[in-house]
Design a protein around this ligand. Structure first.
Ligand code: ATP
Length: 323
C-alpha cells in the first residue's frame, strides 16, 4: 500500500476531524501518501480528491464536523456510480481506503470492496452508536454530553414553572443517546424505539411523581420511536394530565455539533492509527472498533447487521432511578 484515500460519509459526527487527522498522521508516519476525498462517496464520483499535506490537518482535532465534508450520495448506490468512483481512485493511484461513517456508509464500503477489491477499512463515525463491533462510535459521547447539557438548562425552567417537558433526542431507530441522556439527566421517563412503553404506563408514572411532589418532570423521547416523536407523545398525554403546562423541545442538529469530548478525541485517534496499521497488515473489509478498551477489527458484514441492542442493565437502571 502506497497511497491511502480517506473520506467521511453520511451524517457528520463530532470527532470525525480527529479521526481524519489520526489516519493522515499515521500515514505520514509510515511514509505513505495521503489523499482526502471530499464530500464522501459523492466526491469520489465527482473526482473531488486532493493530496493532503501536514498543514491540512493542523488544528482540526478539536473542531466538530468534518473538514473533508460529508454527503449522502444516491449515485453511489448504483453500479455505474461506483464504477465512476473506482476509475477516479485508479486515476489518482489510490490503492487503499479509510471510510469514516455510519452503517449506510459502511454498507457502501463493503459493496465497493466486493466489486473492486480495493483494500479498505471502515471507522464507526456516527452519533447514533448503533454499530456492532464497537462499544462506542465516534461522536456518541459528545452528542450525549450536548444532550445532557441542554436538558440541564431545560430543567431550570421546568422547575421554576412546574412544567412537564418532552425532550426529543436523536439516534434514528436506536435509543442509545436517549437512554444515556435519561440516566445522566434524571429523566422522569425515557422512551426508546427498542422498548415499547404504553401511554397508560407513562401517565401512571407521571401521576405518581406528581403525588410524590417531584419538582420537575422531563421525559426523554428518542426520535424514531413507534409511538411517535415528542410532539405526538405530548399530544396524546395532554388530556390525561390537564394540570400540567406541557412543553416540547426537539434538540435536533445541535446534538451533531460542537468540539468533540476527550473520549471522542482519544477514541477517534486510536481508531485512526489502527486503521492505517490494519491496512498495512492486510486487514481488509473490516471495521476498527473498541471493545473493552482494546481496538478490535470486525468484518464490515458483521458490524452492519445485527443492530446493537441497548444494554438491558441501562434500561433497568433508567427505570429504577426515575420511579
Ligand atoms: P448516519 O448513521 O450518521 O446517518 P450513515 O453512514 O448510516 O450515517 P447513510 O445516509 O445511510 O448514512 O449512508 C451514507 C451514504 O452511504 C449514502 O448516501 C450512500 O452513498 C452510501 N450507501 C448507503 N447504503 C448503501 C448501499 N446499500 N449501497 C451503496 N451505497 C450505500
Amino acid at each position: 500500500i502506497k497511497r491511502i484515500g480517506v473520506l467521511t460519509s453520511g451524517g457528520d459526527a463530532p470527532g470525525m476531524n480527529a479521526a481524519i487527522r489520526a489516519v493522515v498522521r499515521a500515514g505520514f508516519y509510515y511514509n505513505l501518501e495521503m489523499y482526502g476525498i471530499y464530500r464522501g462517496y459523492e466526491g469520489m464520483i465527482q473526482d473531488d480528491i486532493k493530496k493532503l499535506e501536514s498543514k491540512n490537518i493542523a488544528h482540526v482535532l478539536e473542531r466538530g464536523g468534518t473538514f473533508l465534508k460529508s454527503a449522502r450520495s444516491s449515485e453511489f448506490r448504483t453500479p455505474e456510480g461506483r464504477k465512476k468512483a473506482y476509475n477516479n481512485l485508479v486515476k489518482h493511484g489510490i490503492d487503499a481506503l479509510v471510510i469514516i461513517g455510519g452503517d449506510g456508509s459502511l454498507t457502501g464500503a463493503h459493496l465497493f470492496y466486493n466489486e473492486f477489491g480495493i483494500p479498505s477499512i471502515g471507522l464507526p463515525g456516527t452519533i447514533d452508536n448503533d454499530l456492532a463491533g464497537t462499544d462506542l462510535t465516534i461522536g456518541f459521547d459528545t452528542a450525549c454530553n450536548t444532550a445532557i447539557e441542554a436538558i440541564d438548562k431545560i430543567r431550570d425552567t421546568a422547575t421554576s414553572h412546574d412544567r412537564l417537558f418532552f425532550v426529543e433526542v436523536m439516534g434514528r431507530d436506536a435509543g442509545f443517546i436517549a437512554i444515556n441522556a435519561g440516566i445522566g439527566s434524571a429523566a422522569a421517563a425515557t422512551l426508546i424505539p427498542e422498548k415499547k412503553m404504553p401511554i397508560e404506563r407513562l401517565v401512571e408514572r407521571l401521576k405518581a411523581r406528581t403525588k410524590a411532589m417531584k419538582s420537575s418532570n422531563i421525559v426523554i423521547v428518542a426520535e424514531g420511536g413507534k409511538s411517535g416523536g415528542a410532539v405526538e407523545i405530548a399530544e396524546k398525554i395532554k388530556k390525561e394530565l390537564p394540570y400540567y403546562d406541557i412543553k416540547v423541545t426537539i434538540l435536533g442538529h445541535l446534538q451533531r455539533g460542537g468540539a468533540p469530548s476527550s473520549l471522542d478525541r482519544v477514541l477517534a485517534s486510536k481508531l485512526g492509527v489502527f486503521a492505517v496499521e490494519g491496512l498495512m497488515q492486510g486487514k481488509y473489509d473490516v471495521m476498527a472498533g473498541i471493545i473493552n478498551n482494546k481496538v478490535v477489527f470486525t468484518p464490515i458484514s458483521k458490524a452492519i447487521v445485527g443492530h446493537k441492542e441497548v444494554d438491558e442493565d441501562d434500561f433497568r437502571i433508567a427505570k429504577i432511578l426515575s420511579t
